[in-house]
Design a protein around this ligand. Structure first.
Ligand code: ADP
Ligand code: MG
Length: 252
């Protein structure tokens, strides 16, 4: 079953077209990596899924609900209630963690379930503690973000996203603000989620990781999908010159 379907998505900032005719589907339980140089439109694409940007035209459907479709050339967004439902089903993990600095770890994790989804506090706390334990953070429940390492902060951000039981989780370069020795700790968490068959879209520069963990890989350049395929197809037998060129920067 398709959890995310994007059709002919176009996004302009003024005269600048940053996403052109983007179409792809993600099935339940699939793990997709998106790779591509800086400025190719990866973050903008994710921000369109997260309702942080409005699209110029195209269709986005998440878990059977139409987020936006295009009628007579103009994007038509779903009503407020549907938009909220969709937002609650999509989890996001950003490069810079984006935790609330003045909230404890536990409160960071409980905030959305209690205040957005209306989950009773006790139930939200139980789930939060369970998830913190799963990600090895049970002793940090009362700590504040500034008392944690970057890797721990990012794990809290992942727990916070999971606390809403999303049907799909988006990561935008989750390790690029981390020292190399902390990167591994986040990649293992993503591997753990992969074992649980969490549906994930991961924008990353960690090519070996993308190759190992993904079901499919999408390569973007200048706002278009240049090539997509299985990790073997894309990394070992790229078809397009641009893909070969991009990957050559990562060859050792
Ligand atoms: P990536 O994540 O692949 O590095 P981005 O999605 O951040 O790429 O950016 C794609 C293009 O869109 C870039 O040319 C960037 O400068 C432009 N862009 C991103 N956000 C904005 C914005 N708010 N206003 C104008 N241009 C933007
Ligand atoms: Mg980006």
């Amino acid at each position: 079953m398709s959890i995310l379907s994007v059709k002919n998505l176009e996004k302009k900032f003024g005269d600048l077209t940053v996403l052109k005719d983007i179409s792809f589907d993600i099935n339940d339980g699939e793990i997709i990596s998106i790779i591509g140089s800086s400025g190719s439109g990866k973050s903008t694409l994710l921000r369109c899924m997260n309702q942080l940007e409005t699209i110029t035209s195209g269709t986005i459907t998440i878990d059977g609900k139409t987020l936006v479709e295009t009628k007579n050339g103009a994007p038509v967004y779903a009503g407020k209630d549907i938009l909220k439902e969709i937002l609650m089903e999509t989890g996001f993990v950003f490069q810079n963690f984006n935790l609330f600095p003045h909230y404890s770890v536990l409160r960071n994790v409980m905030e959305a379930p209690v205040c957005v989804a209306g989950v009773p506090k006790k139930q939200a706390e139980e789930k939060a503690r369970e998830l913190l334990k799963k990600l090895g953070l049970e002793k940090k429940a009362d700590a504040y973000p500034c008392e944690l390492s970057g890797g721990q902060q990012q794990r809290v951000a992942i727990v916070r996203a999971l606390a809403m039981s999303p049907s799909i989780l988006f990561f935008d370069e989750p390790t690029s603000a981390l020292d190399p020795e902390l990167t591994g700790e986040i990649l293992s968490v993503i591997r753990l989620l992969a074992e649980d068959h969490m549906t994930m879209v991961i924008v990353t520069h960690e090519m070996q990781f993308a190759q190992a963990v993904s079901d499919r890989v999408i390569f973007m350049a200048d706002g278009v999908i240049v090539e997509e395929g299985t990790p073997d197809e894309l990394f070992l037998h790229p078809q397009k010159e641009r893909t070969k060129q991009f990957l050559s920067h990562y060859a050792d």
